[in-house]
Design a protein around this ligand. Structure first.
Ligand code: PHE
Ligand code: ZN
Length: 874
């Protein structure tokens, strides 16, 4: 890779110029848009005193350029494909610029584009430069004034950030003027114009200010906004109570758009949402999707403080806003729902997706050091691992000091663009804790491993835990240092958790040990029997723990541990014991007997346990997660053995599944937490039952499908049928009925596409080709690409890894094609191929060949970066 094109953290320099005020005028015409800007620029007193001003700009047609009303001559400036340089400027000047852009031709969905007729923008990270010439970097914060002009009657709403100052008609044009009083970087700019309906509500803040809340959608979707509105109000209240953060504008707007590369965008006062993250109705939305709406609405709202009021100095600091905001939304969701289940879901996601990223060619620290294309760094590491790092800080400080730390952070840096280190420094200042070693979490990539062994001394009544830590090398970081790892633990005896006494100090039944050395030993006194250690409680750090548990110990933890995560982890351990033996061709019978006995005991208690937690405990680890434990994973064997164990569990516990399914029938209506939990458990039972080739279960699923009054149950039945090879006839019928019923609802049609693309049996690649030809498919819509191509490549392990490698080649061809229109989406679709080094021959070589075939094409920076990093063998 040519290193000159790379952006390096080490090269950061403060901006030479600042923009105090930004005036923008958008004239929307059919086919093109003219953007006039007036930038009040001033040389940065702290900068390099550069003579020339260099602005960013891409794909712009320059129509006019003036300084303080003097038109510039060709010798006064220079334009390249990425910049506009203006020579020898004054200390202070107003730059007038007019550019023409073509939103209707914008298929990359970055900058100003059209989606289903509406105009909308996406500027993070570097999209504003596709709208006009600007200092498009987050440390340049400016006050924005925006005027939108369109034909009278063309659009019902014309929105931008902040407050609406005027809205008038003049000579057949509608002119709407917006002003945002808060300084912001250009990536938070937004504009929307379209024919939209609006759901309104109000929120009174803790200091008594009345805020107008609006959710804009197409008219047909207005009945699907109530849940997002309620979630927004809950999030606003929660942020006041938990972080003391109040909303600052008089108006908060959300707009739903169909065509969106990512989930959502936190533009100041005007969040833009992918429809999939805001629309929800019990009839058409699953429980999982409801929960996603709740967390995403909260996440974007929380950005108003963690991201907007206090923003990032440069894009290497991305996790400053994303890690913190994900941690905030995780805690919010935990408070609104079951905390144990939320923690398991987040931990499971970390282990099965982020750990894999951290072990692959795209591994990078939470604060990366270089990038070719910043869009490739909106990753699990920045978001989820970043959130875990903030969580560790919060736990190390405790709730009081953590709150003091965030208060200090928000007040000290309000209106500024800062760094991850500024955040940690606040935590250090309020707590007087030494966080120097902790800071390595931001700089070091890779998943740390803890190898833990123990010994018990009966005579001394002493229990010793030996903890060794190491982090595997990652690209560019061969040698790793020891990290500060908070290890939360308890010790279980026959009578339950034991009191923890270390060097005479009593720590109660559970404590956090600060692991900071490469190797250290913990000694617990007054321990009357050899205990079972319950390790990494609550997933207290994003690390892998290796401890050689006996089957009976795992069983004990799975049944009794008071920590939900550890219970789930113990079940995963039991399941992996069986699966590893099966995959490696060893003897799995003993482990399997213990697993079945444990599952049976759990299922017998289903009426006295949290059903949602129980559903988690009953779920097998994914194939992708299983594969991550091998250097040369054999996908066919992993898929086959996992399916075989699933079938075995179905058959052995058939009576229990059946009983569970029948007994819960009465509790599965409505949106209460209990109903959702019951649905989750009952549909888990259904998926096991459908493993068996039985007409009775097929008709049971068909009945559930036909009678369901909510999407969770309807879709669970559809999925169980479509994914069961013996249910082809019923599946065909159900798929037809489903399409018939839902063809006018794009989001449900996406589920219809996805359930087929993830079918584990038969020739699914062929089916995927058919889906791409279906009238419901649209290759320019990112949600559709995700529903078919990403679902097939990322959620259909067995079929994606078919032996002939045809699916790899298929994916590469699709990516080459999509890259012409939408590089960001193309680059994201590459992920499954990047892990080629993990797979056994011929898979690894075939995956690599598919990647290599892309190098013969004309590639975007986005795809080029991922392909070239993946092909480099360390
Ligand atoms: N900043 C958005 C969020 O996490 C994600 C995003 C990134 C959206 C880049 C669009 C482009 O909330
Ligand atoms: Zn975010």
């Amino acid at each position: 890779m040519s290193t000159t094109a790379m952006t390096l953290l080490a090269d950061y320099r403060i901006p030479d110029f600042l923009i105090e005020k930004t005036h923008l005028t958008f004239e929307l015409h059919e086919g093109y848009t003219d953007v006039s800007s007036q930038l009040s620029m001033v040389r940065n007193p702290k900068g390099d005193q550069a003579a020339h001003a260099v602005l960013h700009g891409e794909q712009l047609e320059l129509l006019a350029l003036a300084i303080n009303d003097r038109a510039l001559q060709p010798t006064d400036y220079q334009c390249t494909a990425h910049t506009l340089t203006i020579y020898n400027v004054e200390e202070r000047f107003v730059l007038h610029c007019k550019t023409r852009i073509y939103p209707e031709k914008n298929t990359a969905l970055e900058g100003l584009y059209r989606s289903s007729g509406m105009y909308c923008t996406q500027c993070e990270a570097e999209g504003f430069r596709k709208i006009t010439y600007y200092l498009d970097r987050p440390d340049v914060m400016s006050e924005f004034d925006t005027i939108i002009i369109a034909d009278e009657g063309a659009f019902s709403v014309m929105l931008s950030n902040g407050n609406c100052l005027s809205d008038r008609i003049e000579n057949g044009k509608r002119i709407v003027h917006w002003h945002d009083p808060f300084k912001k970087p250009s990536y938070l700019f937004a504009l929307v114009s379209g024919n939209l309906s609006c759901l309104e509500d109000r929120f009174v803040t803790q200091s008594g200010r009345d805020v107008l809340l609006q959710i804009y959608t197409e008219a047909k979707d207005q009945d699907k906004c109530d849940f997002a509105m309620q979630s927004l109000k809950n999030a606003m209240r929660w942020d006041e109570e938990v972080y003391g953060r109040e909303y600052d504008l008089d108006r908060f707007m959300i707009v739903a758009v169909d065509d969106f590369n990512m989930g959502v965008m936190e533009n100041k006062g005007l969040n833009i949402f992918n429809t999939s993250c805001v629309l929800a109705h019990p009839k058409s939305t699953t429980d999982a999707a409801f929960q996603r709406v709740e967390s995403v609405v909260a996440h974007e709202y929380f950005h108003n403080w963690s991201g907007n009021r206090v923003t990032c100095r440069d894009w290497f600091q991305l996790s400053l806003k994303e890690g913190l905001t994900v941690y905030r939304d995780e805690e919010f969701s935990a408070a609104m729902n079951s905390c144990a289940v939320k923690r398991i879901e987040d931990a499971s996601f970390m282990r099965s997706v982020q750990f894999v990223e951290d072990a692959g060619p795209m591994a990078h620290p939470v604060r990366p050091e270089s990038y070719l294309e910043i869009s490739n760094f909106y990753t699990m590491t920045i978001y989820e691992k970043g959130a875990e790092v903030v969580r560790m800080l919060a736990n190390i400080l405790g709730p009081k000091d953590y709150r003091k730390g965030t208060d200090l952070y928000f007040s000290r840096f309000d209106g500024q663009a800062v760094t991850c280190d500024d955040f940690v420094a606040c935590m250090e200042e309020v707590s007087a804790k030494d966080l120097r070693q902790f800071r390595l979490w931001y700089a070091q990539a890779g998943t740390p491993q803890l190898h833990i062994s123990d010994s018990y001394d009966v005579a001394r009544q002493q229990y010793r835990l030996n903890v060794r830590q190491s982090t595997p090398p990652t690209a560019g970081q061969a040698v790793k240092q020891a990290l500060h790892i908070p290890l939360k633990l308890a010790l279980y005896g026959k009578q339950g958790a034991q009191t923890l006494i270390i060097e005479g100090v009593n720590y109660g039944m559970e404590t956090v040990i600060d692991i900071s050395q490469a190797e250290q030993t913990l000694v617990f006194d007054n321990i009357s029997e050899k205990p079972v250690p319950s390790l990494l409680r609550g997933f207290s750090a994003p690390v892998k723990v290796h401890y050689d548990y006996q089957l009976a110990q795992l069983q004990q933890l799975a049944l009794l541990d008071s920590d939900g995560f550890c219970r789930w982890d113990a079940m995963q351990g039991l399941m992996r014991n069986v699966l590893n033996a099966r995959i490696e061709g060893g003897d799995h019978t003993a482990a399997q007997v213990v697993l079945i006995a444990t599952l049976k005991q759990l299922l017998e208690r289903f009426s006295t346990m949290d059903a949602a937690l129980l559903a988690c405990l009953l779920t097998l680890p994914s194939e992708q997660y299983l594969a991550s434990f091998y250097d040369a994973a054999n996908p066919a064997v992993i898929g086959q053995e996992r399916a075989a164990l699933h079938y075995h569990i179905a058959v052995e516990l058939q009576a229990q599944w059946q009983h569970c399914y029948d007994a819960l029938a009465g509790n599965v209506q409505g949106l209460s937490a209990e109903a959702m939990a019951a649905r989750s458990l009952r549909n888990t039972a259904l998926s096991y039952l459908l493993d068996m080739d039985s007409a009775q279960y097929r008709s049971m699923a068909m009945q559930q499908f036909a009678q369901a009054d909510n999407m969770t149950n309807q879709f669970a039945a559809l999925k169980a049928l479509v994914h069961a090879e013996h249910a082809q006839l019923e599946a065909k019928q159900a798929l037809q009925a489903f399409y018939q019923q839902w063809q006018h609802d794009a989001l449900v049609v996406n589920m219809w596409l996805q359930v087929q693309a993830t079918r584990p049996w038969g020739d699914t690649l062929l089916l995927v080709h058919e889906l791409l030809q279906h009238a419901a498919f649209d290759g320019s819509n990112p949600n559709k690409l995700r529903a078919v191509i990403a679902a097939f490549a990322q959620q259909n392990f067995i079929q994606f890894h078919r032996a002939d490698g045809a699916a790899y080649q298929f994916l590469a061809e699709q990516i080459a094609d999509i890259d012409q229109r939408n590089p960001q989406i193309a680059a994201r679709l590459l992920t499954p191929l990047t892990h080629w080094q993990q797979f056994v021959a011929p898979h690894g070589a075939l995956m690599r060949a598919a990647l290599a075939s892309l190098t013969e094409r004309q590639l975007s920076k986005d795809v080029y970066e991922v392909v070239s990093k993946s092909l480099t063998v360390n």
